[in-house]
Unconditional design. Sequence first.
Lengths: 333, 491
Amino acid sequence: MKLPILPTTVIGSYSMPEWLERAKNDYLSRRLSRRDLDEMHDAVRKAAIKDQEAAGIDIVTDGELQRDNMIDYFTERLPGVNVDLGSKRFYYDFYETQVRSKLATGSLGLTEEVRFLRKYSDHPAKISVSGPHTLVKRIRNNFYPGEPEFALDLGRALNFELKELARAGATELQIDEPYYSGFPEDLPWAVKAINAAVDGVDAHVTLHICYGNRYGKPSFEGSYRYLFPTILDAKVHALSLEFARRGEEDIQLFKEFKAPFMLGLGVIDVKTQEIEPPALVADRIRRALEIVPAERLVINPDCGCVHLPRDVAFNKLAAMVEGTKMVRAELGK
Amino acid sequence: MIVHINHLSLKGKSAKKSPLGELTSLVTGKLVDLVEDGQLDARLAPSLRIHLDWIQYKTNFRDPVIVRRTTDASGRSLALAEVAIDLRQCQAEMLPQQLADAARLISPNAVGDGRFYLTEYRPFRDCIIWDFNRLFWRHLGEWEAASGRGFEAALPSGSSDANRPDAVKESVEEFWSLLKDLETKNQLPPELPILEIGVGAGTRAAAFIDLFQEYDAQRGTSYYDKLQFILGDYSPDTLARACASLGRHKSHIVPAPLDALNPFKALPQYRFKVLYVHLTNVYDNLPFDDLIRRDGKLYLVEVRAYFSAASVATLQADFGLGPADIPSAMKTLLAGGPHAVFPGDEEKGVAFWRAFWDCFKLEERLRALDDRDESHVPPGLTWAHLQDLLDEAPEDVRFHISRGAAESFANTLPLLHPRGYLQVQDIFVEDMDEYRKGFKGPGKLDGSLVVWVNGALLRAVSARAGYDVHFRPFTYRPGSKTSVMYTTQKP
């Protein structure tokens, strides 16, 4: 499927049903089997894909509803990370984790997501992974000399997985780094870790940097100015940033610095249940077009839709697509 | 018979012996007598629960001995019944007769002798006590004039904890430290909003801003210039008075008429921006419900207001109002205030109000809850929140659903900046087990209500919203039962 100008996509997660939250908690307290939970996960992933397609999204994901959160899904799979499985009762909380020896190299098993998406959708599909900086901030380090070294090795471990994903047919990959905004001083080594992760990966890689969306609220505040110019060294194809909630002021940074990336433009605020009118979405895109050419823009929400009710998530995505179509029409595309 | 001792004061061997043991013996002995005499159905006795309480509020809504009957969710009577005795009010010589009267009331169709009912059964949240609470705050001046003392004199400390200088000083230091930390990380917002909900006369706000300005100047920072102090209160008059008292900081004051139940609704422009929210003694004056868990089942406490025959006689003698006149007098009082009851004689109207409030009591019954009946879950919460709470609760327990506090809390969190914090000074039940160890309200405090806030519920609400809650004692006044609840974003 050929992508249109101003392609639309999601950041990754789709609306988490309350019944699935209960089921995940039941699984943790051993009242539900892994098999039953997996069946539920498959059902909601299919529904998430179909909802995105029905809303008109061009590049879809599986909704990531099989993931408890953006940390545990990876720490449980990373060889060498010790996870205390008794350390949480609520699925969305984080496990206590630590690293006590050098991380081994091995598959994280995410290629299943590629196969699943290929099986149930003919749209271009995207797989997201949590970035090394984010993981470093949540795993207690009892081995590496410091965070930079730990992050670099995580970059190496993730590199193996990203290559596996590309080999399995993934063409769109995304690395999520919401913690940059809370620790701007880490950026120099965090970018090196990203570059280790994407080295030699044969796919289009987007780096998503937001202000956090845990429990549907920001974890940090500030301006994206801290990213520049260091971020220009990141060897990724696109940056995906949040603008809808925070305003578009920071887009000017793309004028001030000659950014070599495409821009994933956040036009939907995922921290409110109000549905943006398509005209507002179109306005946001038009303002971005004053700085970034259409060929280098991708349209997406600020972050994942996991905390939105399903009808709200669907209607927001549909409004995003509608607003994008209005601008495409103006561009004659 | 199952005896629940809901209050125990461990005094040690040398201290004066408490009457608890004696009274407990008297209660159980008398109840056995009543069974043997055939005055209490022997079939009910094995499952009859006896609750021994100690109600700390001198004026409250309970008679010394009460009976709680039970219904199913649709209101049909069930066999379960409870007798509750307030050991503080009861007198040994009166107790046998009171227990005999209670035994008669256990029968599903029994009606209290000579009682005059003001309302039907309804949950606490819909009870007329809230109409009287609102009346009190609307006509505080008249009440204070009649009682000859200010409302704050009724508080345990004789003044509001909100204004204690050492507490304000610590708040200022804490807030300044947060700003300094944000500045160090280059994350200081362009505006620095603080929200106070329930502003009183503006005394605390004034003390805070004065001290903050001084502190800021001493340290050479310029945070005061960016400070926005939002005064939030439902009463425009109160807001106007508070603003007037803060004239010297006028350019930093933002008056915000708001309902404490939903601060976010009035201040959506401050979403994720407020760095510090403060409340003192607001949550303990918001609607609540009581739930009871017995034998694994949940019951909602419903109440109906009544006057005893003696109280009816007093009202008639003092105010010339017979039983037939009482409902319309109450309606007039609640709608028009005390001066409307006896036009032209405001003093008599206030006296009537005070007598009325002093005399009326609440009869209780337990209504079984339909599993998953969401109507009893406070707005913004789900059964999952209650389930979290019940998971940590003792098996047999009576506890508050502080629905007003939970609603207010849930609707305040979206205002908080990621590094912001919510600080509440109030009387909290911090742990569900505490409910077994003492009476937690409601009580009467002058003409208003006081009820402890279920802090464990707020903790459950915050956990699901991504916040941590912790409590610490209010150390600024020795012997204080107040706690300070801190809410911050989960790391």
